[in-house]
Design a protein around this ligand. Structure first.
Ligand SMILES: Cc1cc2nc3c(=O)[nH]c(=O)nc-3n(C[C@H](O)[C@H](O)[C@H](O)COP(=O)(O)OP(=O)(O)OC[C@H]3O[C@@H](n4cnc5c(N)ncnc54)[C@H](O)[C@@H]3O)c2cc1C
Length: 356
């Protein structure tokens, strides 16, 4: 294993009474990188994580972490080496305060596990650090509430840094990229793809979103209505989402010139007129999760339609009657921006593979 590799597996395999859940996985994770394991339900991802963190013992194979063979180590020892796992549903201690819950994670630094004979006041030394972490995620006012007293959704949270594309900035930038690379942008409504089979067109990538219903007769495409409210930004710098808010999802995305509050997900709803009652409810629950929004002023109400489909269509059509090669690329629902670069690369690969 090179110094650049922090975690490596060889032939990692788990069998349950003849059923092979993980088969011969060879994984190599480079130090300082984020490595994603992607696969459909039942592919064995969770079993693989259970093997890496030793919640399960492999039937075969080897796991090496920081140059050390950890295949035979118990989970606690693996965690002490620094290989830890976060769970989808986190278990907190409901009758300890928020501060005490966070302090438990910090207690590990004191080393050892049992010192019953010492006063619990020795833990106070960790309070400043615990409070700093709690303040950092905007929960300082709840530090002394027990986890059981927190509003729904609070005992479980994830905080992470991701790029955020501001569409009013990003779309013009993409247009400039196309033009700078010599592309020409023509806006025109078509009723059939054949209208585009002009001389010189040798490949066509079809990205009509919801328009696929009419343009290529794909009735599996359906609208997923989303309503949002644009408000002034009262100084918020961190996005906050509550996917489990009892009154519906709530998200607050601060941008450079405003703040986007959402939202709704209404399948098979075509109406793009914002509904005042829905807007009021969005503002109320967003203000509940980010109280600073009480000072924000509404700029605009908006409703849009996400192009839903049971699955993204990303495939080529054999050209019928000598037309250009066509790659269909639509039906990305509420993740079209996130998926755009990967899908564009795949569309290019499909076109290149078909080249003669
Ligand atoms: C409220 C809301 C929030 C969202 N949030 C996110 C998010 O956080 N992250 C994310 O990744 N995605 C998000 N999305 C989804 C994202 O906007 C879509 O997935 C994305 O826009 C789909 O891109 P597309 O190019 O496939 O389709 P579209 O953006 O719908 O573009 C299709 C284009 O094809 C044109 N067209 C269709 N038919 C014809 C025709 N016959 N002739 C000529 N032109 C035609 C249309 O006019 C349109 O311009 C959100 C959507 C909404 C509504």
């Amino acid at each position: 294993m090179s110094n650049e590799t922090i975690l490596e597996t060889e032939d990692l395999t788990k069998e349950f009474s003849g059923f092979v859940a993980v088969n011969g996985v060879g994984l190599r994770v480079a130090r300082g990188t984020i490595h994603a394991l992607i696969g459909p339900n039942g592919a064995g991802k969770t079993t693989c994580f259970n093997l890496l963190t030793k919640f399960l013992s492999p039937s075969r194979g080897r796991i090496v972490f920081k140059g050390r063979d950890i295949t035979a180590l118990p989970p606690a020892e693996v965690a002490r080496l620094g290989l830890v796992r976060s769970f989808q549903i986190s278990a907190v201690f409901p009758h300890l305060t928020v501060l005490e819950n966070v302090r438990i994670a910090l207690q590990r630094r004191r080393g050892g596990s049992f010192d019953f004979w010492r006063s619990k006041r020795v833990l106070d030394a960790l309070n400043d650090r615990a409070l700093a972490l709690i303040t950092d995620v905007g929960l300082a006012q709840f530090a002394h509430a027990t986890a059981a007293e927190l509003p729904p959704g609070y005992p479980y949270g994830l905080r992470f840094a991701v790029p955020q594309a501001e569409m009013p900035v990003y779309l013009p930038w993409l247009m400039r990229q196309v033009r700078d690379l010599g592309g020409e942008i023509v806006t025109r409504r078509v009723t059939a793809l054949s209208e585009l089979f002009e001389a010189g067109v040798d490949a066509l990538v079809n990205c009509p979103g919801l328009g696929a219903r009419e343009l290529v007769g794909d009735r599996s495409v359906y609208p997923v209505r989303g309503q949002i409210v644009r408000v002034t930004n009262p100084g918020i710098t961190m996005s906050v989402r509550d996917e489990f808010h009892p009154d519906g999802r709530a998200y607050v995305h601060p941008r450079s010139g405003d703040c986007v509050l959402g939202g709704t997900l209404d399948e098979d709803e075509w109406d793009t007129k914002p509904d005042p009652g829905t807007a009021e409810a969005i503002i109320a629950r967003c203000t509940e999760i980010v109280p600073a929004l009480a000072d924000a002023k509404v700029i605009e109400h908006l409703a849009g339609l996400r192009p839903g489909r049971p699955e993204v269509r990303l495939e080529s059509n054999a050209p019928a009657g000598g037309g250009p090669r066509i790659v269909h690329n639509y039906g990305h629902g509420g993740a079209g921006i996130t998926l755009s670069w990967g899908c564009a690369e795949q569309a290019t690969r499909i076109l290149r593979a078909g080249e003669t």
